[in-house]
Write a protein that binds this ligand. Sequence first.
Ligand code: COA
Length: 242
Amino acid sequence: MVDTKTLIRASFEAGREFLRPPAEREHATETRQAPAIVPIRSLGENHRERIAQHLLALAPHDRYLRFGHWTQDEQIQRYVASLDFERDEIFGIYNRKLELIAVAHLAYAKDQQHDSCAEFGVSVLTSARGRGYGARLFDRAAMHATNDGVSLMFIHALSENAAMLKIARNAGARVERDGSESEAYLRLPPASLDSRVTEMIEEQIAQTDYRLKSQAKSFWSFLADLQEIRRDVIDANQRSSP
Ligand SMILES: CC(C)(COP(=O)(O)OP(=O)(O)OC[C@H]1O[C@@H](n2cnc3c(N)ncnc32)[C@H](O)[C@@H]1OP(=O)(O)O)[C@@H](O)C(=O)NCCC(=O)NCCS
């Protein structure tokens, strides 16, 4: 459950970040820790293009780890075009520039015989790794699956994928290795009032965070335009003065 202290800390951090000019924020990214609450939002049809941009930005080896085989741009485009936002759940984390830095796909079994199972896949951009985003997306997907009546979440990963297997093991999944491939199985508890309310609150926080980031982005670009106009006027005045 999200406690009040965490909420207050998160809104204080968010307020401070939104008011910081973009140039200053660029410097801060290297040292910045993950915020108290990571705003993870559920993505819909209107995010399809940005999901494609996120996946296309992954290096070849990361695509290999994500999909289990070497993946060309066209295959990524086909995968993104086939995403079913009605049946599955796609989660994302946006940075302040509204770039999608992390995406998770919770895919539900198409076969009705296995409707209590779901598969988890995730990717985090290299620049945003090691801040706990992969693990938070895993927790969020597990909570969503729980609330949807799923009892088994599984992850297919290459055995060399230490980070993904660590995330799964840390969450209590059983990992079975079969040569170069591994399967991780996480048994989920039944949904509770707590899991439902927590998910609702987290989604609200993420929606609000996204709106604030959009507003801050257009505010800073409005200020940059003003600066540009001001500079043009000063230049013109200097040129016309004797
Ligand atoms: C796997 C991936 C999503 C992890 O994202 P991340 O945000 O960097 O992971 P986190 O910061 O949440 O770290 C999770 C755990 O893995 C550990 N970890 C991270 N990178 C690691 C690495 N290279 N080797 C070993 N452990 C690692 C972290 O220490 C952490 O464990 P801890 O909480 O016990 O300290 C990211 O590396 C990625 O996008 N890889 C390419 C795509 C992919 O492999 N997807 C998974 C297949 S579905």
